[in-house]
Design a protein around this ligand. Structure first.
Ligand code: ATP
Length: 518
């Protein structure tokens, strides 16, 4: 735990020091749970967006894009259920004055129980070696079976409480489990109460009268209200999808996890419209998107062991299936992306509240119906944190020296190529500038001449630059340069005329996209 805490602190510090992420309005001491992306951060964020957008819109003939406004007619949020039900159960600690989500306190308690199970499994694995049968162990070892049953019981009780809005029993549960303030150990809690997460604002001048609006808490509703506009104008037939990247706002109760939980954040959402009753089962769209999305993540090469599905027992009122893709963040496995089978809840409700038909006439079956929807929804900032925290590594090199390297997947690295001249004289800078000019139309390329060459390599390692192209005296006569690879630190002498091809094979998005189709 301490090690992971340290890693998390290091992630936050590194992100700031190297221009990835700054606290918002820092000169005024920042604003809680709001962050700004710096020079490298904004580039990396754009690369994540590009990877997502292209994999959705460019790779699928039946997925089109949308960029809906953040402000929406206020009735939207009545129809979607957010006004009445977009609440989190809140609890305060009277001693520390710290605020928590009551459900998260209980979930964290259960996660710790599961940690114990995992430790027992690891121990047993070591003890029994190759003969170990994990399936048998977890279904027969009394400790494990009891622990898991108890976990299940706790979550079931809490889910039921939240369903019927029995907040007093959530409080009882917290008391019975003796859950304490994670920071201080105090168990002096207030009652649990509901808190709506939407930010309200007003539009219009006072003289003309104002309208109460909300800042959208998800991008999805912009897609639903535009369903028919998009379907008709893009001449799409069901099944088809609408993809959107944009800001969302939530007045989160707990805001102490850097960019994991922000009050202003960005989502990448895709709503896939399908025939009713084609969503469930092995061949259903829900499972298809569940698998496709996992593949998108695994394709980045950050290790299959760092992802897992968490299928929901407790479903939102509109869903008939839901799963999270969880990632192994420095603070444990947590939701990175949600995949939800939303039935026809949203479209039907918009039809009800607006009085406008939201139906689709299916030319193949000759009938009209309200399409069902499978949604994939990922937080761009959470994705950033997953990639950034996983990639940040301290290494001891064979010569005993240390380096910090950001092993970003090449396609997501903000700078793809750095061109350092070996020395700042003898015509080397001029030659290096020529190489930058040669490469900059294809790759984000920087020229770097400050400090000794070793330090320049370290700086590029720290921002995750995959390739350095070093210009030396021989370059001037033989037309060759040295390529240095970030991860292996191997060096290779190549012709300047081959540079573009060599680099492109390593860093171009197209190869990552091709792998998705295999
Ligand atoms: P959580 O349970 O962590 O609050 P959620 O289930 O409410 O998340 P969704 O409404 O399903 O999240 O939103 C889809 C995705 O948007 C999440 O998987 C996450 O990646 C991202 N997301 C949601 N809330 C935030 C936030 N406050 N800050 C950053 N990303 C967020």
């Amino acid at each position: 735990m301490a090690k992971n805490d340290d890693l998390f602190k290091k992630v936050v510090a590194h992100a700031k020091e190297y221009g990835f992420i700054f606290p918002s309005s820092e000169i005024y001491d920042g604003l809680s749970a709001v962050y700004d992306y710096g020079p490298y951060g904004s580039m990396m964020k754009n690369n994540i967006k590009e990877y997502w957008w292209k994999s959705m819109v460019q790779m699928h003939e039946n997925i089109v894009g949308l960029d809906a406004a953040i402000f929406m007619h206020p009735t939207t949020w009545k129809a979607s259920g957010h006004v009445d039900a977009f609440n989190d159960p809140l609890i305060d600690n009277k001693d520390t004055k710290r605020r928590y989500r009551a459900d998260v306190l209980v979930e964290d308690y259960v996660a710790k129980m599961e940690d114990k199970v995992q430790k027992e499994i690891t121990k047993a694995k070591k003890r029994f070696g190759d003969a170990f049968d994990e399936e048998k162990f977890v279904t027969t070892a009394p400790h494990v079976v009891e622990n898991r049953a108890r976990q299940h019981e706790i979550i079931k009780r809490m889910s039921h409480d939240l369903d019927i809005n029995d907040l007093a029993d959530v409080k009882n549960l917290i008391d019975e489990l003796e859950i304490s303030d994670p920071d201080t150990g105090s168990r002096n809690w207030t009652e649990v109460r509901q808190f709506n997460l939407m930010f309200g604002t007003k539009v219009g001048s006072v003289a003309e009268g104002t309208t109460d609006l909300y800042l959208r808490p998800e991008t999805a509703q912009g897609i639903f209200v535009n369903f028919l506009n998009v379907q008709k104008s893009a001449r799409q037939k069901i099944p088809f999808g609408i993809a959107q990247i944009g800001k969302a706002f939530r007045n989160e109760i707990v805001a102490r996890q850097f960019i994991f939980r922000m009050r202003e954040f960005e989502q990448m959402e895709m709503q896939f419209f399908i025939r009713p009753n084609t969503e469930l089962g092995e061949e259903g769209w829900f499972n298809k998107w569940r698998q496709k999305r996992l593949k998108w993540h695994l394709n980045l090469g950050m290790g299959a062991e760092n992802y897992r599905f968490h299928d929901h027992d407790k479903l939102a009122h509109y869903a008939n299936a839901a799963t999270d893709i969880e990632f192994n963040f420095p603070f444990g496995f947590k939701e990175l992306e949600g995949i939800h089978s939303r039935t026809n809840f949203d479209l039907s409700n918009h039809e009800k509240f607006s009085g406008k038909k939201m139906q689709y006439f299916d030319p193949e079956t000759n009938e009209s119906y309200t399409p069902f929807v499978v949604e994939t929804s990922i937080g761009l900032d959470r994705m950033f944190l997953a990639v950034f925290s996983h990639s940040l590594v301290d290494e001891t090199l064979p010569d005993g020296s240390e380096r910090t390297v950001l092993r970003l997947p090449y396609v997501l690295a903000p700078v793809k190529v750095a061109v350092p001249p070996l020395l700042k004289k003898d015509g080397l800078p001029e030659e290096a500038h020529k190489i930058v000019k040669l490469l900059k139309y294809d790759f984000n390329t920087v020229y770097d001449e400050k400090d000794a060459i070793g330090r320049r390599y370290r700086r590029q390692d720290a921002i995750g630059t995959p390739i350095c192209v070093t210009v030396d005296h021989d370059t001037l006569t033989d037309g060759k340069v040295t390529i240095r690879h970030r991860d292996t630190m191997e060096q290779q002498r190549v012709d300047i005329s081959d540079l573009r091809d060599i680099i492109s094979k390593e860093v171009d998005m197209r190869y990552a996209l091709e792998r998705l189709e295999e």
